[in-house]
Design a binder for this molecule. Structure first.
Ligand code: NAD
Ligand code: AHE
Ligand code: ZN
Length: 369
Protein backbone atom coordinates (compact mmCIF):
# COMPACT_ATOMS: atom_id res chain seq x y z
CA UNK A 1 0.00 0.00 0.00
CA UNK A 2 0.98 3.68 -0.18
CA UNK A 3 1.43 5.97 2.81
CA UNK A 4 2.30 9.64 3.23
CA UNK A 5 5.23 10.20 5.53
CA UNK A 6 7.79 12.75 6.64
CA UNK A 7 11.13 11.16 5.78
CA UNK A 8 14.48 12.01 7.36
CA UNK A 9 16.65 11.43 4.30
CA UNK A 10 19.76 12.89 5.95
CA UNK A 11 20.85 14.16 9.36
CA UNK A 12 20.45 17.90 9.95
CA UNK A 13 18.14 18.33 6.94
CA UNK A 14 14.42 19.15 7.13
CA UNK A 15 12.05 16.20 6.83
CA UNK A 16 10.56 15.68 3.35
CA UNK A 17 6.90 14.77 2.88
CA UNK A 18 6.63 11.99 0.29
CA UNK A 19 4.45 9.05 -0.64
CA UNK A 20 6.07 5.73 0.27
CA UNK A 21 5.42 2.05 -0.27
CA UNK A 22 4.48 0.10 2.83
CA UNK A 23 4.34 -3.70 2.99
CA UNK A 24 1.49 -5.16 5.02
CA UNK A 25 1.89 -6.85 8.41
CA UNK A 26 3.63 -10.21 8.62
CA UNK A 27 2.98 -12.83 11.32
CA UNK A 28 2.74 -11.24 14.77
CA UNK A 29 2.51 -7.71 13.29
CA UNK A 30 -0.23 -5.13 12.90
CA UNK A 31 -0.90 -2.31 10.45
CA UNK A 32 -1.84 0.90 12.28
CA UNK A 33 -3.31 4.09 10.81
CA UNK A 34 -1.61 6.82 12.85
CA UNK A 35 -4.17 9.54 13.64
CA UNK A 36 -1.88 11.89 15.59
CA UNK A 37 1.75 12.08 16.67
CA UNK A 38 3.66 14.31 19.03
CA UNK A 39 7.14 15.65 18.28
CA UNK A 40 9.51 14.76 21.15
CA UNK A 41 12.96 16.22 21.69
CA UNK A 42 14.38 12.74 21.04
CA UNK A 43 13.16 12.98 17.42
CA UNK A 44 15.08 16.25 17.07
CA UNK A 45 18.15 14.73 18.75
CA UNK A 46 18.20 11.88 16.22
CA UNK A 47 17.53 14.19 13.27
CA UNK A 48 20.38 16.45 14.43
CA UNK A 49 22.79 13.49 14.27
CA UNK A 50 23.33 13.13 18.05
CA UNK A 51 21.95 9.57 18.32
CA UNK A 52 24.55 6.79 18.20
CA UNK A 53 21.79 4.55 16.81
CA UNK A 54 20.53 7.16 14.33
CA UNK A 55 19.95 5.79 10.82
CA UNK A 56 19.05 7.52 7.55
CA UNK A 57 16.90 7.49 5.53
CA UNK A 58 14.32 6.77 8.19
CA UNK A 59 10.85 7.71 9.36
CA UNK A 60 11.11 9.29 12.80
CA UNK A 61 8.30 9.74 15.35
CA UNK A 62 7.58 7.58 18.38
CA UNK A 63 4.71 9.38 20.18
CA UNK A 64 1.59 8.33 18.31
CA UNK A 65 -1.96 7.10 18.59
CA UNK A 66 -4.05 5.39 15.94
CA UNK A 67 -6.33 2.59 14.81
CA UNK A 68 -5.44 -0.99 13.93
CA UNK A 69 -6.43 -1.55 10.28
CA UNK A 70 -5.09 -5.05 9.61
CA UNK A 71 -3.46 -7.83 11.61
CA UNK A 72 -0.94 -10.47 10.50
CA UNK A 73 -1.14 -14.21 11.13
CA UNK A 74 -1.30 -15.27 14.76
CA UNK A 75 -2.16 -11.87 16.21
CA UNK A 76 -4.57 -12.32 19.11
CA UNK A 77 -4.09 -9.28 21.35
CA UNK A 78 -5.65 -6.66 19.06
CA UNK A 79 -8.09 -6.60 16.13
CA UNK A 80 -8.92 -4.20 13.29
CA UNK A 81 -10.72 -1.16 14.68
CA UNK A 82 -8.93 -1.19 18.04
CA UNK A 83 -7.47 2.13 19.18
CA UNK A 84 -3.81 1.78 20.10
CA UNK A 85 -0.68 3.64 21.19
CA UNK A 86 2.59 2.38 19.62
CA UNK A 87 5.24 1.38 22.17
CA UNK A 88 8.93 2.06 21.65
CA UNK A 89 9.38 0.03 24.82
CA UNK A 90 7.36 -3.10 24.00
CA UNK A 91 6.08 -5.60 26.55
CA UNK A 92 6.35 -9.24 25.41
CA UNK A 93 5.71 -10.68 28.92
CA UNK A 94 8.02 -13.59 28.04
CA UNK A 95 11.64 -12.38 27.87
CA UNK A 96 14.05 -12.47 30.82
CA UNK A 97 13.55 -8.75 31.44
CA UNK A 98 9.74 -8.89 31.39
CA UNK A 99 9.70 -11.99 33.60
CA UNK A 100 12.12 -10.42 36.10
CA UNK A 101 9.47 -7.96 37.21
CA UNK A 102 12.41 -5.58 37.84
CA UNK A 103 12.35 -3.51 34.65
CA UNK A 104 10.16 -2.29 31.82
CA UNK A 105 13.01 -2.72 29.32
CA UNK A 106 11.67 -5.67 27.31
CA UNK A 107 14.47 -7.20 25.25
CA UNK A 108 12.38 -9.31 22.85
CA UNK A 109 12.96 -7.11 19.79
CA UNK A 110 15.47 -4.50 21.03
CA UNK A 111 18.33 -5.64 18.75
CA UNK A 112 16.44 -5.27 15.45
CA UNK A 113 14.61 -2.16 16.70
CA UNK A 114 17.97 -0.43 17.26
CA UNK A 115 18.91 -1.25 13.65
CA UNK A 116 15.75 0.34 12.26
CA UNK A 117 14.28 -3.03 11.28
CA UNK A 118 11.28 -5.19 12.08
CA UNK A 119 11.93 -8.35 14.16
CA UNK A 120 12.50 -10.45 11.00
CA UNK A 121 15.40 -8.17 10.06
CA UNK A 122 13.68 -6.36 7.17
CA UNK A 123 12.00 -2.98 6.71
CA UNK A 124 8.39 -2.53 5.59
CA UNK A 125 8.96 0.98 4.14
CA UNK A 126 10.51 1.80 0.78
CA UNK A 127 10.77 4.81 -1.50
CA UNK A 128 11.41 4.39 -5.23
CA UNK A 129 12.55 0.83 -4.45
CA UNK A 130 15.06 1.90 -1.77
CA UNK A 131 14.52 0.68 1.81
CA UNK A 132 13.66 3.27 4.45
CA UNK A 133 14.45 2.47 8.09
CA UNK A 134 11.95 2.31 10.95
CA UNK A 135 12.68 4.40 14.08
CA UNK A 136 12.36 3.27 17.70
CA UNK A 137 10.07 0.56 16.39
CA UNK A 138 7.32 3.13 15.76
CA UNK A 139 7.82 5.56 12.82
CA UNK A 140 4.75 7.60 13.69
CA UNK A 141 5.66 10.35 11.21
CA UNK A 142 4.00 8.06 8.65
CA UNK A 143 0.21 7.99 8.26
CA UNK A 144 0.37 4.17 8.26
CA UNK A 145 2.98 2.06 10.00
CA UNK A 146 3.60 -1.59 10.82
CA UNK A 147 4.33 -2.64 14.40
CA UNK A 148 4.91 -5.91 16.23
CA UNK A 149 1.83 -6.91 18.25
CA UNK A 150 3.88 -6.66 21.46
CA UNK A 151 4.57 -3.01 20.65
CA UNK A 152 1.01 -1.68 20.79
CA UNK A 153 -1.11 -0.82 23.83
CA UNK A 154 -4.86 -1.09 23.31
CA UNK A 155 -6.62 1.98 24.71
CA UNK A 156 -10.22 3.08 25.26
CA UNK A 157 -12.01 4.43 22.19
CA UNK A 158 -13.31 7.63 23.75
CA UNK A 159 -9.78 9.03 24.29
CA UNK A 160 -9.04 11.72 21.67
CA UNK A 161 -6.07 10.86 19.47
CA UNK A 162 -4.72 14.43 19.52
CA UNK A 163 -4.02 14.29 23.26
CA UNK A 164 -3.59 10.58 23.94
CA UNK A 165 -0.68 10.36 21.47
CA UNK A 166 1.40 12.30 24.04
CA UNK A 167 1.00 9.32 26.41
CA UNK A 168 3.09 7.39 23.86
CA UNK A 169 6.15 9.15 25.25
CA UNK A 170 6.19 12.49 27.12
CA UNK A 171 3.35 12.05 29.60
CA UNK A 172 4.26 8.48 30.57
CA UNK A 173 7.98 9.33 30.73
CA UNK A 174 7.48 12.26 33.10
CA UNK A 175 4.71 10.96 35.34
CA UNK A 176 6.17 7.44 35.31
CA UNK A 177 9.63 8.62 36.41
CA UNK A 178 7.97 9.97 39.57
CA UNK A 179 5.61 7.07 40.22
CA UNK A 180 7.55 4.02 38.95
CA UNK A 181 11.25 4.92 39.00
CA UNK A 182 11.68 7.29 41.95
CA UNK A 183 8.53 6.21 43.81
CA UNK A 184 8.39 9.68 45.35
CA UNK A 185 6.75 9.81 48.80
CA UNK A 186 4.29 12.54 49.85
CA UNK A 187 6.08 15.46 51.51
CA UNK A 188 9.30 15.04 49.48
CA UNK A 189 11.36 18.03 48.31
CA UNK A 190 12.13 17.72 44.62
CA UNK A 191 13.95 19.56 41.83
CA UNK A 192 13.14 19.24 38.12
CA UNK A 193 15.76 20.44 35.60
CA UNK A 194 14.30 21.38 32.19
CA UNK A 195 10.65 22.38 32.01
CA UNK A 196 9.77 21.18 28.51
CA UNK A 197 7.44 18.47 27.29
CA UNK A 198 8.94 15.96 29.75
CA UNK A 199 9.75 18.19 32.73
CA UNK A 200 6.20 19.57 33.00
CA UNK A 201 4.94 16.00 33.22
CA UNK A 202 7.42 15.28 36.02
CA UNK A 203 6.00 18.36 37.78
CA UNK A 204 2.42 17.18 37.47
CA UNK A 205 3.47 13.71 38.66
CA UNK A 206 5.10 15.26 41.74
CA UNK A 207 2.00 17.30 42.48
CA UNK A 208 -0.16 14.19 42.05
CA UNK A 209 1.84 12.18 44.63
CA UNK A 210 1.86 15.05 47.14
CA UNK A 211 5.45 16.31 47.00
CA UNK A 212 6.10 19.36 49.19
CA UNK A 213 8.66 21.71 47.61
CA UNK A 214 8.70 21.32 43.83
CA UNK A 215 11.55 23.39 42.40
CA UNK A 216 11.74 23.93 38.63
CA UNK A 217 15.01 24.90 36.93
CA UNK A 218 15.16 26.26 33.40
CA UNK A 219 17.26 28.77 31.45
CA UNK A 220 14.12 30.05 29.74
CA UNK A 221 12.17 32.44 31.99
CA UNK A 222 8.94 31.82 30.07
CA UNK A 223 8.91 28.33 31.61
CA UNK A 224 8.18 29.77 35.08
CA UNK A 225 4.52 30.35 34.29
CA UNK A 226 4.27 26.91 32.68
CA UNK A 227 5.83 25.25 35.69
CA UNK A 228 3.51 26.98 38.17
CA UNK A 229 0.53 25.73 36.15
CA UNK A 230 1.62 22.12 36.79
CA UNK A 231 2.53 22.27 40.48
CA UNK A 232 5.95 23.95 40.65
CA UNK A 233 6.36 25.91 43.90
CA UNK A 234 9.76 27.60 43.24
CA UNK A 235 11.52 28.61 40.00
CA UNK A 236 15.27 29.00 39.45
CA UNK A 237 16.92 30.34 36.31
CA UNK A 238 20.56 29.21 36.65
CA UNK A 239 21.79 32.17 34.58
CA UNK A 240 20.43 34.51 37.26
CA UNK A 241 21.87 32.73 40.30
CA UNK A 242 24.82 34.51 41.86
CA UNK A 243 27.42 32.04 43.11
CA UNK A 244 27.23 28.29 43.09
CA UNK A 245 24.01 26.74 41.67
CA UNK A 246 24.30 23.55 43.74
CA UNK A 247 24.64 25.54 46.98
CA UNK A 248 21.68 27.68 46.00
CA UNK A 249 19.49 24.60 45.36
CA UNK A 250 20.67 22.81 48.51
CA UNK A 251 19.74 25.87 50.57
CA UNK A 252 16.34 26.07 48.87
CA UNK A 253 15.56 22.41 49.67
CA UNK A 254 16.66 22.36 53.31
CA UNK A 255 19.95 20.50 52.85
CA UNK A 256 19.31 19.01 49.41
CA UNK A 257 16.47 17.42 47.49
CA UNK A 258 14.99 14.01 48.21
CA UNK A 259 14.60 13.55 44.47
CA UNK A 260 15.92 15.42 41.42
CA UNK A 261 15.10 14.80 37.76
CA UNK A 262 17.17 15.73 34.71
CA UNK A 263 14.94 16.51 31.75
CA UNK A 264 17.55 18.36 29.68
CA UNK A 265 19.94 15.70 28.33
CA UNK A 266 22.86 17.99 29.30
CA UNK A 267 25.58 16.08 31.19
CA UNK A 268 26.64 19.16 33.20
CA UNK A 269 23.04 19.56 34.37
CA UNK A 270 23.00 15.86 35.29
CA UNK A 271 25.97 16.45 37.61
CA UNK A 272 24.28 19.45 39.22
CA UNK A 273 21.12 17.36 39.66
CA UNK A 274 23.05 14.61 41.47
CA UNK A 275 24.96 17.04 43.69
CA UNK A 276 21.80 18.96 44.64
CA UNK A 277 20.49 15.75 46.28
CA UNK A 278 20.36 15.39 50.04
CA UNK A 279 23.38 13.73 51.66
CA UNK A 280 22.56 10.19 52.79
CA UNK A 281 19.50 9.46 50.64
CA UNK A 282 18.81 11.88 47.78
CA UNK A 283 18.14 10.21 44.43
CA UNK A 284 18.74 11.77 41.03
CA UNK A 285 16.81 10.37 38.08
CA UNK A 286 18.29 10.85 34.61
CA UNK A 287 15.57 11.12 31.97
CA UNK A 288 17.30 13.38 29.44
CA UNK A 289 19.11 11.68 26.55
CA UNK A 290 22.68 12.89 26.08
CA UNK A 291 24.46 13.32 22.78
CA UNK A 292 26.60 10.42 21.47
CA UNK A 293 30.02 10.46 23.11
CA UNK A 294 29.01 12.48 26.18
CA UNK A 295 29.75 11.09 29.64
CA UNK A 296 28.64 11.93 33.16
CA UNK A 297 31.03 12.50 36.05
CA UNK A 298 31.03 13.47 39.69
CA UNK A 299 33.27 12.89 42.71
CA UNK A 300 32.70 9.31 43.92
CA UNK A 301 32.35 10.90 47.38
CA UNK A 302 28.90 12.09 46.25
CA UNK A 303 27.80 8.45 46.01
CA UNK A 304 29.80 7.28 49.03
CA UNK A 305 27.80 9.79 51.03
CA UNK A 306 24.53 8.25 49.96
CA UNK A 307 23.37 10.08 46.86
CA UNK A 308 21.98 7.72 44.20
CA UNK A 309 22.09 8.07 40.41
CA UNK A 310 19.30 6.27 38.51
CA UNK A 311 17.97 6.33 34.95
CA UNK A 312 14.44 6.09 33.66
CA UNK A 313 13.30 5.00 30.19
CA UNK A 314 9.63 5.50 29.24
CA UNK A 315 9.01 6.33 32.89
CA UNK A 316 9.63 2.74 33.92
CA UNK A 317 6.21 1.94 32.46
CA UNK A 318 5.29 -1.50 31.15
CA UNK A 319 3.57 -0.37 27.99
CA UNK A 320 0.70 -2.78 27.38
CA UNK A 321 -0.16 -2.90 31.09
CA UNK A 322 0.40 0.71 32.22
CA UNK A 323 -0.41 2.88 29.17
CA UNK A 324 -4.17 2.11 29.21
CA UNK A 325 -4.18 3.10 32.91
CA UNK A 326 -2.49 6.42 32.16
CA UNK A 327 -5.12 7.04 29.48
CA UNK A 328 -7.73 6.47 32.22
CA UNK A 329 -5.90 8.98 34.49
CA UNK A 330 -6.14 11.54 31.70
CA UNK A 331 -9.80 10.81 30.93
CA UNK A 332 -10.75 11.07 34.63
CA UNK A 333 -8.89 14.37 35.07
CA UNK A 334 -6.19 12.97 37.38
CA UNK A 335 -3.55 14.32 34.97
CA UNK A 336 -3.75 17.09 32.37
CA UNK A 337 -2.56 16.90 28.79
CA UNK A 338 -4.49 19.39 26.65
CA UNK A 339 -2.84 22.61 27.94
CA UNK A 340 0.62 21.24 27.11
CA UNK A 341 -0.30 20.73 23.45
CA UNK A 342 0.58 24.22 22.33
CA UNK A 343 0.59 23.62 18.57
CA UNK A 344 -1.45 21.36 16.28
CA UNK A 345 0.04 20.97 12.81
CA UNK A 346 -0.61 19.23 9.51
CA UNK A 347 2.00 16.71 8.33
CA UNK A 348 3.09 19.18 5.62
CA UNK A 349 4.12 21.62 8.38
CA UNK A 350 5.97 19.12 10.58
CA UNK A 351 9.31 20.95 10.26
CA UNK A 352 7.69 23.95 11.92
CA UNK A 353 7.18 21.74 14.99
CA UNK A 354 10.95 21.19 15.21
CA UNK A 355 11.58 24.94 14.85
CA UNK A 356 9.09 25.72 17.64
CA UNK A 357 10.82 23.21 19.93
CA UNK A 358 14.29 24.61 19.26
CA UNK A 359 13.16 28.19 19.84
CA UNK A 360 11.51 27.19 23.15
CA UNK A 361 8.09 28.46 21.95
CA UNK A 362 6.25 25.15 22.17
CA UNK A 363 5.70 22.61 24.90
CA UNK A 364 4.36 19.92 22.56
CA UNK A 365 3.54 20.17 18.89
CA UNK A 366 1.20 17.46 17.64
CA UNK A 367 0.73 16.50 14.00
CA UNK A 368 -2.82 15.43 13.16
CA UNK A 369 -3.21 13.35 9.99
P1 NAD B 1 12.11 20.13 25.41
O1 NAD B 1 12.97 20.72 24.37
O2 NAD B 1 10.63 20.27 25.31
O3 NAD B 1 12.52 20.67 26.86
C1 NAD B 1 13.85 20.82 27.31
C2 NAD B 1 13.86 21.94 28.35
O4 NAD B 1 15.15 21.98 28.97
C3 NAD B 1 13.61 23.32 27.75
O5 NAD B 1 12.61 24.01 28.51
C4 NAD B 1 14.97 24.01 27.87
O6 NAD B 1 14.85 25.43 28.05
C5 NAD B 1 15.53 23.33 29.11
N1 NAD B 1 17.00 23.38 29.21
C6 NAD B 1 17.90 23.14 28.22
N2 NAD B 1 19.16 23.28 28.71
C7 NAD B 1 19.04 23.57 30.01
C8 NAD B 1 19.98 23.83 31.05
N3 NAD B 1 21.30 23.78 30.82
N4 NAD B 1 19.51 24.11 32.29
C9 NAD B 1 18.17 24.16 32.53
N5 NAD B 1 17.23 23.95 31.57
C10 NAD B 1 17.67 23.65 30.33
O7 NAD B 1 12.49 18.55 25.44
P2 NAD B 1 11.62 17.35 26.01
O8 NAD B 1 10.79 16.78 24.91
O9 NAD B 1 11.02 17.77 27.28
O10 NAD B 1 12.78 16.28 26.29
C11 NAD B 1 13.70 16.50 27.34
C12 NAD B 1 14.78 15.43 27.35
O11 NAD B 1 14.21 14.16 27.70
C13 NAD B 1 15.45 15.21 25.99
O12 NAD B 1 16.82 14.94 26.23
C14 NAD B 1 14.75 13.97 25.46
O13 NAD B 1 15.54 13.32 24.52
C15 NAD B 1 14.61 13.19 26.74
N6 NAD B 1 13.58 12.13 26.77
C16 NAD B 1 13.89 10.99 27.44
C17 NAD B 1 12.95 9.98 27.58
C18 NAD B 1 13.26 8.74 28.35
O14 NAD B 1 12.49 7.77 28.26
N7 NAD B 1 14.32 8.70 29.11
C19 NAD B 1 11.68 10.14 26.98
C20 NAD B 1 11.40 11.33 26.31
C21 NAD B 1 12.36 12.32 26.21
N1 AHE C 1 19.52 5.50 20.93
C1 AHE C 1 20.22 6.25 21.95
C2 AHE C 1 19.52 6.30 23.25
C3 AHE C 1 18.14 6.92 23.15
C4 AHE C 1 17.38 6.65 24.43
O1 AHE C 1 17.97 6.62 25.52
N2 AHE C 1 16.07 6.47 24.30
C5 AHE C 1 15.21 6.31 25.45
C6 AHE C 1 13.86 6.79 25.05
S1 AHE C 1 13.85 8.50 24.60
C7 AHE C 1 12.24 8.72 24.15
O2 AHE C 1 12.05 10.00 23.80
C8 AHE C 1 15.03 4.83 25.82
O3 AHE C 1 13.94 4.34 26.08
N3 AHE C 1 16.10 4.11 25.90
C9 AHE C 1 16.08 2.72 26.19
C10 AHE C 1 16.35 1.92 24.94
O4 AHE C 1 16.38 0.70 25.00
O5 AHE C 1 16.56 2.56 23.88
C11 AHE C 1 21.65 5.77 22.10
O6 AHE C 1 22.37 6.31 22.95
O7 AHE C 1 22.05 4.86 21.35
ZN1 ZN D 1 10.14 10.75 23.30
Amino acid sequence: MKTRAAVAFEAKKPLEIVELDLEGPKAGEVLVEIMATGICHTDAYTLDGFDSEGLFPSILGHEGAGIVREVGAGVTGVAPGDHVIPLYTPECRQCKSCLSGKTNLCTAIRATQGKGLMPDGTTRFSYKGQPIYHYMGCSTFSNFTVLPEIAVAKIREDAPFQSSCYIGCGVTTGVGAVVNTAKVEPGSNCIVFGLGGIGLNVLQGLKMVGADKIVGVDLNDSKEEWGRQFGMTHFVNPSKVEGDLVQHLVALTDGGADYTFDCTGNVNVMRTALEACHRGWGQSIIIGVAEAGKEISTRPFQLVTGRVWKGSAFGGAKGRTDVPKIVDWYMSGKIAIDPMITHVLKLDDINKGFDLMHSGESIRSVVVY
